[in-house]
Design a protein around this ligand. Structure first.
Ligand SMILES: *[C@@H]1O[C@H](CO)[C@@H](O)[C@H](O)[C@H]1NC(C)=O
Ligand SMILES: *[C@@H]1O[C@H](CO)[C@@H](O)[C@H](O)[C@H]1NC(C)=O
Ligand SMILES: *[C@@H]1O[C@H](CO)[C@@H](O)[C@H](O)[C@H]1NC(C)=O
Ligand SMILES: *[C@@H]1O[C@H](CO)[C@@H](O)[C@H](O)[C@H]1NC(C)=O
Ligand SMILES: *[C@@H]1O[C@H](CO)[C@@H](O)[C@H](O)[C@H]1NC(C)=O
Ligand SMILES: *[C@@H]1O[C@H](CO)[C@@H](O)[C@H](O)[C@H]1NC(C)=O
Ligand SMILES: *[C@@H]1O[C@H](CO)[C@@H](O)[C@H](O)[C@H]1NC(C)=O
Length: 342
């Protein structure tokens, strides 16, 4: 009888130790939130928190590799996702109320493959948010409120294949925004507010296959010329880019853009050809003026009895009286040790 009792106490201890160990492991690993369902498989935890009225991202199992947070009321991302879940491979946070993505959200996310942030209220993306995610294959940001894209936002996403930015409010795309996307094949920018595109906007996207740009009020004056030339050169790229009057950019005739060809514009004294409406004009540096930047201030400068001298760098005029630079050379001046009166 006594012996049996001892045995019971011993097995109770073992059970307690076991329970304690399981709790500890759970704490280290992060447990599955009661509202979500988690399935463990050989890759880790497959976590489903679809439509659970969540207001924020809960603490999740550390080995989560697949995370579905669609249709919740998440307003902010306050965790560094891949620091919490280093095996994270796929994340869906679409159909939430996120306004901003802190720059560190995706830090150390080299392994992340798919990010779905569509249907949120994101207003802007900082340039370091998505860098260096060398395994990222798909990035969905459509149906947000993004207004502009800054240079180098997607740098070093060497495997990105599909980038979805349609249905935002993008009006400005800075030069080199899409630098460092050697594998990108599908770029969706339709239904935004893009009026003009720089010639270097789509530079070095050698694999680009489809560029969706319809539903943007593209201005088809001379400012479209560099983009148009690029499209003609890369004729294999299917594009739906249209001018604000409905004409397809690819169907613009070179004759219509004749006056926009840089060869038809020559500027002197450091001036540059700029698109202005349906022609190119010279943008002069410094004090140079005139249609071709050929006139300096000397054209109208009154130097009195001296010579007008032009500073070549900036076209600024000065008067040369004898050996001195002044603003005006009066009638009475000294030369060769003799005083003249005129
Ligand atoms: C989100 O919040 C709104 C209003 O607060 C509520 O009506 C809706 O049911 C919530 N949806 C989810 C999925 O939590
Ligand atoms: C990206 O990777 C490079 C090289 O590994 C590193 O120097 C840089 O700091 C990283 N940038 C970010 C924002 O993590
Ligand atoms: C991109 O990657 C290269 C090579 O790893 C690295 O030198 C560079 O710093 C990275 N750029 C950024 C902005 O992190
Ligand atoms: C574009 O790619 C070419 C060849 O890969 C490279 O030489 C060039 O520097 C790249 N351009 C830019 C702006 O990085
Ligand atoms: C639209 O604008 C382009 C460029 O200015 C012009 O060539 C084209 O004829 C216009 N199309 C219509 C339908 O007005
Ligand atoms: C023009 O260049 C000269 C010489 O570099 C300099 O002294 C002068 O201040 C400049 N003027 C203007 C208006 O920039
Ligand atoms: C000007 O006058 C000074 C002395 O008054 C004289 O030394 C100098 O040689 C003269 N210069 C010329 C060019 O005549």
């Amino acid at each position: 009888m006594k012996k049996r009792c001892n045995m019971n106490i011993m097995s109770m201890d073992i059970i307690l130790i076991f329970v304690f160990a399981v709790i500890c492991a759970g704490l280290v690993k992060g447990t599955c939130p009661s509202t979500c369902s988690c399935v463990d498989d050989s890759s880790g935890s497959h976590v489903n928190c679809y439509s659970k009225y969540l207001g924020r991202i809960p603490t999740l199992p550390k080995d989560t590799y697949y995370l579905d947070l669609r249709y919740n009321n998440i307003t902010e991302i306050d965790v560094q996702l891949c620091k919490e879940m280093p095996q994270l491979h796929t994340i869906y946070i679409s159909f939430n109320l996120i306004i901003e993505i802190p720059e560190t959200t995706f830090a150390d996310c080299e392994q992340l493959y798919r990010i779905d942030l569509q249907y949120n209220k994101i207003r802007s993306i900082e340039s370091n948010t998505f860098v260096n995610m060398t395994n990222l294959y798909q990035l969905y940001l459509y149906n947000n409120k993004i207004r502009s894209l800054v240079s180098y936002t997607f740098i070093n996403l060497t495997n990105l294949y599909r980038l979805q930015l349609s249905h935002n409010e993008i009006s400005t795309i800075e030069p080199f925004t899409f630098m460092g996307l050697p594998s990108l094949q599908y770029l969706y920018l339709h239904n935004n507010k893009i009026r003009s595109l720089e010639s270097n906007t789509f530079i070095n996207m050698t694999k680009l296959y489809r560029l969706e740009l319809s539903g943007n009020p593209l201005n088809c004056d001379c400012s479209i010329f560099p983009f148009w030339s690029w499209l003609i050169e890369r004729s294999s790229i299917g594009t739906t880019a249209k001018c604000s009057n409905g004409t397809l950019v690819t169907s613009l005739q070179s004759a219509a853009l004749e006056t926009c060809h840089p060869d038809n514009c020559q500027c002197f004294n450091g001036g540059k050809c700029e698109a202005m409406g349906y022609e190119l004009i010279c943008d002069c540096i410094g004090q140079w003026t005139g249609r071709f930047c050929q006139d300096s201030q000397c054209t109208s400068f009154d130097c009195g009895f001296g010579d007008c001298y032009i500073e070549p760098v900036n076209g600024t005029a000065q008067c040369l009286c004898d050996d001195k630079y002044v603003n005006y050379c009066p009638g009475l001046y000294q030369s060769n040790n003799q005083t003249f009166e005129i």
